[in-house]
Design a protein around this ligand. Structure first.
Ligand code: ADP
Length: 434
């Protein structure tokens, strides 16, 4: 195995987003759930270790990230990539103002790295950085929906300040004018900043061209910290070019199904589209069952509905509902309990569907995906072609599948076009035919 790039991602769907960008830039990528405990496929040259560390205390995030680093070091990766969200948010609780800085500094220390960058820019998803300020679409981060995020609010768009508040090391800026001049100018600016005692530089990027200019300047940097955007400029440093082959997955097999626990607006549209076009769909209403009904019992009922339909066409099982319906459920059952119980039911349904012969599974919803992947015992996924930005097909060993493996795609709430559910299966077959 020739592992070149080792990545540590602070959440699950963010890991898939990064893996997707690396595949599109030509790498063969495996995503693992936590630190790998089984050998990786021999032909992969990048690995993304998905942690769930974004909203945990800095000391715990540092410990988990260092454990992942130790594994990557044992594999002698050439470069380490710490991936965080393109809105640069992380834990914000009491006095704690984020864990990106502490994790970055701990990784630098463990790797004996004296300089790294920090840029969440992801122009394909409208995250751009100008003079150190992060824009979400046309507005500053601090004016975007992120200012009111329930867990990780972002009220300052100046990332040099945001990161400096989380770090002991000095934070500086490589601005858009320097980036526009190209990789030599960036390398010069890095030398200048180092001479001034700066150890971490926020880097402006307004476009993918900026990220591609940044790439060569990072060639000898042992640690890179970024959103998923910077990944597009790194594979070329190893002579890797975009190639259809990097997204190759084994041919798809088995029946098709969709499980959706996402209540995001985009998913609501996708469910409505599938139903309006005559798809077989089962709406799971959490209030239709007495409180505390075991998840397994509800799942059995759903699976009895699905079994006769499955051989003919994809089935959709969804709890997706609009905000007012969700509120009624939450008021009656409690927000956390309603969420966890619904996730459990859908996870049991996903596992049951796979036992019934489903080999191509679409899961909608970040938390829902986590529950389904866990119930399916999936610990490792090879990353294939992108269906829509940020959402690739994956292929995973799965002991519940009759063939021992499964194609699955995990769609985070607001991703994907309205026809995503049908488009996904079409894309899988176009991909495996190629
Ligand atoms: P997204 O990616 O859209 O945020 P998630 O799966 O991460 O989707 O989160 C959706 C949450 O809402 C999950 O905890 C899920 O169990 C819960 N949920 C799904 N359907 C309902 C419903 N009808 N009523 C209440 N909660 C629901």
């Amino acid at each position: 195995m020739n592992l070149l790039l080792g990545c540590i991602a602070d959440d699950f769907t963010g890991a898939t987003d990064l893996a997707n960008n690396l595949v599109r830039a030509g790498m063969r990528v495996v995503q693992t759930i936590g630190v790998p405990d089984a050998p990786l496929p021999a032909d992969c040259n990048a690995v993304v270790i998905a942690l769930k560390s974004r909203t945990i205390a800095p000391a715990e995030a540092v410990a988990q990230s260092l454990q992942a680093l130790r594994w990557l070091q044992s594999q002698q990766v050439k470069q380490v990539y710490f991936k965080y969200c393109s809105t640069f948010d992380s834990i914000y609780r009491g006095e704690v103002r984020g864990n990106i800085g502490p994790v970055t500094e701990a990784l630098m220390q463990a790797m004996d790295c004296d300089f790294t960058i920090a840029t969440p820019a992801f122009p394909d998803n409208q995250r751009t950085l100008f003079k150190g300020h992060l824009f979400v679409g046309d507005v500053l981060l601090s004016e975007s929906g992120m200012k009111n995020h329930p867990l990780t609010p972002m009220q300052d768009a100046n990332l040099v300040n945001v990161l400096q508040a989380q770090c002991d090391k000095r934070v500086g800026l490589i601005d858009y004018r320097c980036v526009a001049k190209g990789s030599e100018a960036i390398a010069q600016r890095i030398a200048e900043l180092k001479a001034q005692g700066v150890s971490i530089a926020v880097v402006d990027a307004l476009s993918n061209e900026d990220l591609l200019r940044l790439g060569p300047a990072l060639q000898h940097m042992s640690l890179v910290t970024a959103g998923s955007g910077v990944a597009i400029g790194l594979p070329a440093n190893w002579g890797i070019q975009p190639a259809a082959d990097s997204a190759r997955l084994p041919a798809a097999h088995g029946l098709q199904a969709i499980v959706s626990g996402s209540c995001s607006v985009a998913t609501q549209g996708q469910v409505a589209h599938f139903v309006q076009h005559g798809g077989h769909a089962y709406q799971l209403d959490p209030l239709a069952w007495p409180n505390h009904t075991p998840a397994e019992d509800i799942a059995q009922h759903v699976l009895a509905w699905a079994a006769p339909l499955l051989p003919a066409a994809p089935v959709l099982v969804y709890s997706t509902a609009d905000a007012s319906q969700v509120k009624v459920v939450q008021d009656k059952r409690g927000t956390q309990q309603a969420g966890e119980h619904t996730e459990q039911v859908l996870a049991m349904v996903a596992r049951g569907l796979v036992k019934l012969g489903v080999g191509q599974l679409v899961v909608a919803g970040g938390e829902t995906s986590g529950a389904c992947v866990q119930a399916l015992g999936v610990t490792q996924m090879s990353i294939g072609a992108q269906i829509d930005p940020g959402v690739p097909w994956c292929h995973a060993p799965c002991s519940f599948a009759s063939t021992g493996s499964l194609h699955l795609t995990l769609k985070s709430g607001n991703f994907g076009s309205t026809d995503f559910f049908t488009k996904a299966f079409n894309a899988l077959h176009a991909g495996s035919a190629a």
